[in-house]
Design a protein around this ligand. Structure first.
Ligand SMILES: C[S@@+](CC[C@H](N)C(=O)[O-])C[C@H]1O[C@@H](n2cnc3c(N)ncnc32)[C@H](O)[C@@H]1O
Length: 263
């Protein structure tokens, strides 16, 4: 089985998003270096793993994969916890950062050029899969969630964190649009969220109403083990990725799931 994927075989939106991430990869290097050097913190508000326990402390002996690893710090955190780790991402530039930092930190991690919708690894290769703002928001959940199921062994776990399902309802699709308190898009029916024609620094994102995420997990063969609606901490301020801290103290700007593959 090939270990690399041809970009031409990526879904249409993944080609758009790959170009975007290659163009912007340099903007993520500084944060990557900080994250690689530190302990796990999650999402746009930097919640420590002790408050939002997405990674077990002990991952010794586990085969783990990060789906949309970007600069690879999630992979590094899993490797340091003892897992054997594969990270996949469609952006060559993001993978360059990930591979450089793996070398500098002396961590052996297998970084592969691929999309989460079609991972060049056999069925049942992993016991743990992670996505923090990778596949979790950039890949079509109706395609990548079944693919994650295929990759996991029975009893294996998938952990994902991304934008809250209410964000798109309250963010106007304009260049400087940020969360307001007026609904501007419908909640029901959300799926493919097009930013391409609005903002040069944006692409095609995905999200679902919360009930549709539950149905998707159930129908795919996952049991939901944990579901977190994430609130910005009291000290948070400013605007991060179109979300104001004030809004995120009142509404769940991010959500995370831990789901287990049924036996
Ligand atoms: C914000 S980064 C998230 C990764 C990591 N947490 C980080 O911040 O470095 C988003 C990553 O998702 C990747 N991505 C975009 N489309 C994807 C797809 N279809 N499958 C997997 N990853 C994808 C992008 O290339 C990008 O590197």
């Amino acid at each position: 089985m090939s270990t690399e994927s041809e970009p031409a075989a990526f879904p249409d939106y993944a080609q758009v998003n790959r170009t975007l991430w290659n163009r912007n990869a340099h903007d993520w290097v500084e944060a990557a270096e900080r994250h690689w050097a530190g302990e796990p913190t999650w999402g746009i508000w930097g919640i420590p793993n002790s408050h939002l326990p997405l990674l077990p402390d002990d991952m010794r002996g586990l085969d783990a994969i990060e789906l949309g690893c970007g600069t690879g710090y999630g992979s590094a955190w899993m490797r340091r916890r003892g897992a054997r780790v594969v990270g996949i991402d469609p952006s060559e530039r993001q993978l360059e950062t990930a591979r450089r930092l793996a070398g500098e930190h002396g961590l052996d991690i297998d970084f592969i050029h691929a999309v989460a919708e079609s991972v060049p690894r056999p069925d049942g290769s992993f016991e743990f899969a992670l996505s923090e703002y990778g596949a979790a928001i950039w890949a079509d959940p109706h395609v990548w969630i079944p693919e994650a199921h295929r990759l996991l062994r029975p009893g294996g776990e998938l952990v994902l964190l991304g934008s809250g399902s209410w964000n798109d309802v309250f963010i106007p699709r304009t260049p400087a649009g940020s969360t307001g308190t007026t609904a501007v898009h419908p909640y029901f029916g959300q799926h493919r969220i097009e930013w391409v024609d609005v903002d040069d620094d944006a692409g095609v994102e995905f999200n679902l109403p919360v009930s549709k995420w539950f149905s998707l997990f159930k129908d795919t063969g996952f049991d939901v083990l944990d579901f977190w609606e994430i609130q910005a901490p009291p000290e948070a301020d400013g605007t991060r990725f179109s979300v104001t801290a004030e809004w995120a103290k009142q509404y769940p700007s991010e959500q995370a799931w831990r789901v287990g593959r049924r036996q």
